[in-house]
Every structure is written in C-alpha cells, then in structure tokens.
Design a protein around this ligand. Structure first.
Ligand code: FMN
Length: 380
C-alpha cells in the first residue's frame, strides 16, 4: 500500500472489489472441515505463511481466523491445534502488502489495555490493514480454561463487551489521559501511545446471532457476519435489507457478510464427488457429536433433526455451501453478491492446495462479471 489510508478505504479493504472475498479459519487444524481426509489442513505456520502470501498475491481481500482454545475431540481433535489470532495476524501482516488480516478476540478473556496495545501494534505492522473480529463468547469449557466464569446472563456478557470496546476506542482516540469508570471495568489514568495507523482505526466486525448480539454489531462494528443457512436467496436478501435498515436506524452504515465452504474442481461432477467424500466416508462424526453435545443438543430429543445438524456440521457448520465447476462457483458467488452480501469468508478443505485453482479460474470470471478488480498474480 503506497497511500495514507482513510477510514473509508480501510472499510473497503483498500480496493474497489464489490464482492469481498477472504479465507476463514485457516489458523485452526482442519479449518472448518470436520474430516479425517489425509489431506486435511494442519494450520502449521509454514503453510499459513505460504497461504497468506498467496492470498495477498492473488488479490483476496481478507483473512479471518477463528479464536479457538481447545479442540472438538473426535478422531482428529477438530480445531485442536490452533495458532493464536493476534500473533498470527502480526506474522501475516509483516509478510503481506495489500490484504486485510483480522484477529478474532474474546473480549472477556483479554484485558482491554493489553488488547488496545496489541491491536495498535498489529495495525502498525500492517500499515492500516489490521481488522478486529470481536467475540463475546459462548463456549463455557474454553472460559474455564482461563479460570474466568462466563457471565451467566447473555445480556450481561454484551454489557461487558460494550464497556470493553468503548474503553479501547477511547484509548485509540485523541485523549491523552483519562479514567474509564464503568459498571464492569474501572480503569484509571489510561494512556495509550502510539495510536492506530494513519489516524484511523481498525475495521471491526462481529458475528452475533441473538438480538443483543446483532445490535452490538450494529452499534459498534463496520461489518456484521451472519452464518445462517438461508432457505433461499430471497430470504437471505430480506435479512440483509433488515440488518442494514436496523443499522441505518442507529445512524450506522453496516456491511453484511456471510461464510461458506467452497469445493471447486474442473467439472461439477468432480467437485460433487469430492464434497461427498469429505462429508460422508471421510467425515469426523465424533467431532460433530462432541460439538452438538457442547451445545446441549442430544439425539434423543429429535433423531432426524440431530442427524441433519450432524451432517451440516461436518461441512463447516454454516452459511453457504458452494460446490461445482468454476462457472458454477462464480455464478453462486454472483448470486450471493446480488442478494446484498458485501462479501464472504470461505474455507477450503485444504486451503493451500485449492486456492491456486480458485484464483486461476474463479477470480477472472468474477472480474469479467464486474464484481472484482482484475486480480494480480495471473492473467485474467
Ligand atoms: C464468521 C463468524 C466467526 C466467528 N468466530 C468465532 C470465533 O472465532 N470464536 C468463537 O468462539 N465464536 C465465534 N463465532 C461465534 C459468534 O461470535 C457468536 O458468539 C455466536 O454466533 C453466538 O451469538 P450470540 O453471542 O449473539 O448468542 C463466530 C461466528 C461467525 C459467524
């Protein structure tokens, strides 16, 4: 990047792509695929580094990691080996030039002064390309690891999250020294220097699902991620409009993103066969069952619903499933964009093996459809 960023250019991820595309979950072993396939993702740093450089080179817009503190057992201990997201982002920001790299941070687990400082450091390493995904938390077992009791009441959790981000934003702002005296946080004599890069602040996102979570995102963030599986694209469109209207009612312009799994192969049949292999013969059923148990869902209550959920979990849990030839994938991505989504954070079973074909075949199609700038790194 050879210009001074503005808040607007940060929110646009420093380009004019109408459909933003990023990789989701590459800091975790298995990524988002509950599979025993031998080629599954290990999230080893060497691979993450290569992936970051490749993603930057082909012009992807962002990398979004998952904050995960322990795995989901099963045969592979799904997401059992993870790289911490702020330090992961710092490594990648130092190795790249254009791409926005998020850290995903559980607000209740990180002291806000430490967090504000770490984010500024990452932002300066990336010269204005650091983004923040705020998680308020849901996984009790992870909180227990920290010896921190998750606030029982969901509302209380978000009240804490509000103070946390208010304190951080104030530390990033122009005040030289101040006290922050909230209900949950009492911080005295706060001083923070330097400030985020170029007099701007990091792009912020949240993926709350509950009404409280959603309004937290609308109030505080630039982007809201939804992982809902929509019955149709019309339903998706209605929800995007509803979220944007709710944002405008609060005086905020918010972008709505979703998530996806992508399998792209030269032919539709090859892609479908591979997806079937991943989600049937090579599924890690034990991990899916463990995750459902963590959420208090048992087979006894409704076996059919349980089997449906278990099946959905093995291929990444949420959002859109995009499987097909390059034409199929480009068309589906265009439809997601037409439904009003600003972008997608997507996963491959093995990111590093699959990105080159996607970049070579799908990105030029999206450019020709007017959804993305001509990509860098290959002819379009
Ligand atoms: C794109 C996306 C990324 C998320 N990343 C994480 C994560 O890294 N760690 C985590 O514990 N939860 C993560 N979540 C869960 C949400 O932040 C949120 O806590 C959850 O959806 C429950 O919503 P609620 O707090 O409104 O009840 C993610 C969800 C989505 C859709």
């Amino acid at each position: 990047m050879d210009y001074e960023p503005t808040q607007d250019s940060r929110n646009r991820m420093h380009n004019t792509n109408r459909l933003k595309l990023g990789l989701f979950g590459a800091n975790c072993s298995n990524g988002r695929a509950m599979t025993i396939a031998p080629e599954r993702w290990t999230a080893d740093w060497d691979d993450c580094e290569k992936l970051g450089e490749m993603s930057d080179g082909v012009g992807l817009d962002f990398l979004l990691p998952i904050a995960r503190w322990k795995g989901y057992r099963g045969q592979t201990d799904h997401q059992g080996a993870t790289l911490e997201t702020v330090t992961w982002a710092c490594g990648l920001l130092a190795r790249t030039k254009r791409i926005t790299v998020f850290a995903t941070v559980h607000a209740p687990l990180v002291n806000p002064v430490l967090a504000a400082k770490e984010f500024v450091t990452a932002d300066r390493i990336g010269r204005g390309r650091f983004g923040l995904n705020i998680v308020i938390g849901w996984n009790e077992g992870e909180f227990q690891m920290f010896g921190i009791e998750q606030k029982r009441e969901h509302e209380d959790r978000y009240e804490y999250g509000q103070e946390w981000i208010d304190a951080i934003k104030r530390m990033w702002g122009p005040e030289e020294e101040f006290d922050f005296l909230g209900k949950h946080l009492q911080l005295r004599g706060l001083r923070l220097n330097p400030k985020p890069y170029g007099g701007t602040r990091p792009l912020m996102m949240n993926a709350g699902v509950s009404p409280t979570g959603r309004s937290y995102a609308l109030r505080n963030c630039d982007a809201l991620f939804t992982a809902k599986r929509f019955a149709s694209l019309d339903d998706a469109k209605a929800e995007v409009v509803a979220m944007q209207d709710a944002g405008r009612a609060m005086g905020r312009d918010i972008e709505v993103y979703s998530v996806a799994e992508v399998v792209c192969r030269p032919t539709r049949k090859e892609a479908e066969d591979y997806f079937r292999y991943w989600t049937e013969e090579a599924a890690d059923w034990g991990a899916a069952e463990y995750m459902l148990a963590l959420k208090g869902i048992s087979r006894a209550a409704d076996p059919e619903a349980y089997d449906r959920m278990r099946k959905a979990l093995v291929h990444g849990q949420s959002g859109f499933t995009i499987v097909g030839s390059p034409d199929d994938v480009a068309e589906k991505l265009a439809a997601v964009s037409a439904a009003g989504f600003r972008g997608l954070g997507f996963s491959f079973l093995n990111y590093l093996r699959e990105l080159p074909f996607f970049a070579q075949e799908v990105l030029p199609r999206l450019h020709r459809m007017g959804l993305r700038e001509a990509a860098i790194g290959y002819a379009s």
